[in-house]
Design a protein around this ligand. Structure first.
Ligand code: SF4
Length: 288
């Protein structure tokens, strides 16, 4: 481990196991300087305070969080702060799921938070290629119910279309200003998605113009390998593709738990395995 180096990232990311089965939290136990933050602004504040170390912000997230990072990065960073971008662009991943031959969806409910930024427009080409019900949904239970109803209605009427249920937030064009800033600082490249593999034009890479802030360039780091495989036994890939449920994973609530997550579906608060596990615990507490 390099001396004088400090990693800054989000809490859930710090628990995710890497290629060698170690998380950043595990590495912290072995001496890594790790700081947990809620935003890139916090990382800037830390860098301004901890001037004696080089800080690397491990930027993991989607088109939802990337614009605020881009906005700050465009204006310049403290000398002792770099970014390692693992930001992902969501529309190509939905396109991948839609267009894959081995995944048989009848309809799709698109993420409202991401679509608020990207807009509905980037999904049009996927819908045109495979016209199945595509609903842009909010997060409240009533949003989800309406979205499921809309998918079923379109299937019944055999009239698939792109339907915006989340009109209070999502528009056709999205947040044009945020997207402009995003593409000023990042360009799209192929990206590795755990469980899915490599997806073209789905990773936000720091543009050459901003290389002075790019940890990957500054340290000559390779991009994640194409040969990356999921932890042994983990069925996240099937779960993400809708081919299995968490309880069908042999590691579920055994080797892989809320306290010791092995796959990405157990790490994120939005991960299917984590949600299943949390509800199981709630069910036990309340006798459900
Ligand atoms: S329970 Fe854990 S190991 Fe199994 S699929 Fe879910 S995240 Fe992967």
């Amino acid at each position: 481990m390099e001396e004088g180096l400090q990693i800054i990232t989000y809490g859930d990311v710090s628990r995710a196991k890497g290629l060698k089965g170690l998380s950043l939290e595990d590495a912290r136990a072995e001496g890594l300087r790790l700081r947990i933050v809620y935003s890139f602004q916090d990382a800037v504040r830390i860098a301004l305070r901890d001037k004696n170390v080089m800080n690397i912000f491990f930027a993991v997230g989607f088109d939802t969080t990337a614009p605020s990072t881009a906005y700050i990065l465009e204006k310049g960073l403290p000398d002792n702060l770099l970014i390692y971008s693992c930001y992902r662009y969501v529309p190509p991943s939905v396109g991948y799921l839609l267009l894959s031959d081995d995944i048989l969806f009848d309809g799709i409910i698109n993420p409202g938070h991401s679509s608020t930024v990207t807009g509905m427009k980037p999904y049009k080409k996927y819908f045109d290629y495979k016209p199945i019900p595509m609903v842009f949904s909010g997060f409240e239970p009533i949003d989800i119910l309406i979205s499921i109803y809309q998918v079923l209605k379109q299937l019944r009427d055999r009239s698939p279309r792109m339907y915006n249920e989340y009109t209070r937030s999502v528009t056709w064009e999205g947040n044009v200003k945020a997207m402009k800033t995003l593409f000023k600082v990042f360009n799209l490249d192929e990206g590795l998605w755990r469980g899915l593999g490599i997806i073209d034009d789905s990773a936000f890479e720091v543009r050459d113009k901003f290389r002075e802030y790019d940890a990957r360039f500054q340290y000559g780091l390779e991009k994640p390998s194409r040969s990356y495989s999921m932890p042994k036994g983990c069925r996240c890939a099937d779960i993400i593709k809708g081919k299995a449920t968490p309880t069908e994973c042999p590691l579920y609530l055994k080797a892989c738990s809320l306290e010791n997550p092995i796959g990405p579906c157990m790490v994120s608060v939005e991960g299917t395995c984590r949600i299943w596990a949390e509800h199981k615990i709630i069910g036990e507490i309340y006798g459900g």
